[in-house]
Design a protein. Structure first.
Length: 451
């Protein structure tokens, strides 16, 4: 405990780190305040209908969690940062298939700026589509509950502009956190939105386990068991995020002038979960299709029953299919992001080789075989983490609290926290202070985005 207090004092002593933390907290405070500013023309009493609809829909509840509750509050930040994430994913996928985008990726800083500009343009386009859809849905839910939310064309138009401006402002806040704060700003904002829902979900779960409550099965003992299981799942997610296989690489000695370069052994860290949360996001996008088709009344009864079976997020059909899709997408995304041929070429260019493996084709085959072996357990573990909320709901955990037992939210939370701690650790070690861990480093963690 004393060491932890001393570490906090050391963090406050470093002026640069102190400023970065204060700027981060200030920008996060601005973001959280904006989540409670309701769109003009929306009566606060009409928001109960939207909150009820969000609580009953898995997709809407997920969007509400990522937005920190702004989605169900009809806030100016209701669309959150997800349109930017969607645009980033699309640009990233285009960079894998289009030569022009691949060329920009290889151009360094100038190419990165061009891709960021295209990402912003695509974000605005997505917002202009999602804004009217959100407002029309809001109007339908409020009207069905007996409220008054009639919106004409111009009302929808200027509210769409406000929603788009709100999301772009969140993106700007994220970039400022990245430049002048701590951690990856976009990921940190998503983290804040997820954590903002945790206290309320934890409180409602605790109240539901109290005696004489409607959901008191198991009592407080069951609540303690839930907390222990949540801790165990979180530890498993940390191991999944940090897990790496180190491949030794030997570099040949070369003498330039009076100095010797190379000759040292280094390691290539191949991550067990190189795909991150992308397979879960792709699988969720596919599984939303049956949910959408099941809602059409014109669908035939037989086919509608089939789609409804796959739209039940607590059903076996949904979760087994969801698990298989995650495993398949993990292999797919790992194959297009981790390129053994390029890694072997880079090693050959720098006079490096894997001991006992011939350079060139043999090195490619060796790296590819390692990735195939470590991706299998990684994909299975990722699939188990993704369907853990369904098992939690099966054993009586409430819908809101079950979301923290796995899935995208838990992996993002773990990844962003570890990445932020790594940056704080670097500042402490730079100023010759002890780190956050006993050995002065966070083992197995490499810096990077949470996505």
């Amino acid at each position: 405990m004393m060491r932890f207090v001393q570490t906090l004092k050391n963090i406050w002593t470093i002026e640069e780190l102190r400023k970065r933390l204060l700027i981060t907290f200030l920008l996060v405070f601005v973001y959280r305040m904006g989540c409670f500013i309701v769109l003009p023309g929306i009566h606060p009493d009409d928001l109960d209908a939207l909150a009820s609809f969000t609580a009953g829909s898995g997709l809407m509840q997920l969007l509400d969690m990522f937005s920190g509750g702004a989605f169900s509050q009809a806030s100016i930040f209701a669309l959150g940062i997800m349109p930017y994430i969607t645009a980033s994913i699309v640009i990233q996928l285009l960079g894998m298939v289009l030569p022009s985008f691949q060329k920009m990726q290889r151009e360094g800083e100038s190419g990165r700026q061009k891709l960021n500009q295209y990402t912003r343009y695509l974000t605005v386009f997505i917002l202009l589509l999602q804004g009217p859809a959100y407002l029309i849905n809001l109007q339908m839910q409020v009207s069905s509950a007996g409220g008054h939310a009639a919106m004409g064309f111009w009302t929808v138009a200027y509210l769409t502009v406000i929603l788009a401006a709100g999301s772009m402002f969140i993106m700007w806040l994220g970039e400022r956190i990245t430049d002048r704060g701590i951690g990856n700003g976009i990921s940190f904002i998503i983290l804040v939105g997820i954590i903002a829902r945790l206290p309320q979900s934890l409180y409602y779960e605790f109240v539901s386990r109290l005696p004489d409550s409607t959901g008191s099965a198991g009592g407080l003992v069951m609540f303690l068991v839930e907390l222990i299981l949540l801790f165990a799942v979180t530890v498993g997610a940390v191991l999944l995020v940090q897990g790496t296989r180190k491949v030794p690489v030997q570099y040949a000695k070369r003498i330039v002038g009076n100095r010797q370069y190379g000759g040292a052994r280094q390691y290539i860290p191949l991550k067990v979960n190189a795909a991150g949360v992308m397979p879960i996001i792709f699988a969720q996008a596919i599984m939303f299709i049956p949910i959408t088709l099941a809602g059409f009344g014109a669908t035939a009864d037989a086919s509608r029953g089939f789609f409804q079976a796959f739209s039940d997020i607590n059903g076996w059909a949904y979760n087994i299919t969801y698990f298989i899709l995650i495993v398949a997408f993990t292999y797919f995304y790992t194959a297009i992001t981790v390129r053994p041929a390029q890694m072997a070429e880079d090693m050959k260019r720098n006079n490096g080789f894997i001991p006992g493996v011939k350079p060139g084709k043999k090195t490619v085959e060796y790296l590819d075989s390692i990735m195939s072996r470590i991706t299998l357990p990684g994909s299975i573990f990722l699939g188990i983490v993704a369907i853990m909320p369904a098992f939690a709901r099966l054993f009586g955990v409430s819908q809101n609290f079950a979301q923290f037992f796995g899935g995208t939210s838990l992996l993002i939370l773990v990844g962003v926290v570890l990445d932020t701690l790594q940056q704080i650790e670097s500042h402490l070690m730079m100023h010759h202070y002890d780190g956050l861990m006993k050995d002065g480093k966070i083992k197995g963690r490499t810096t990077g985005s949470a996505y």
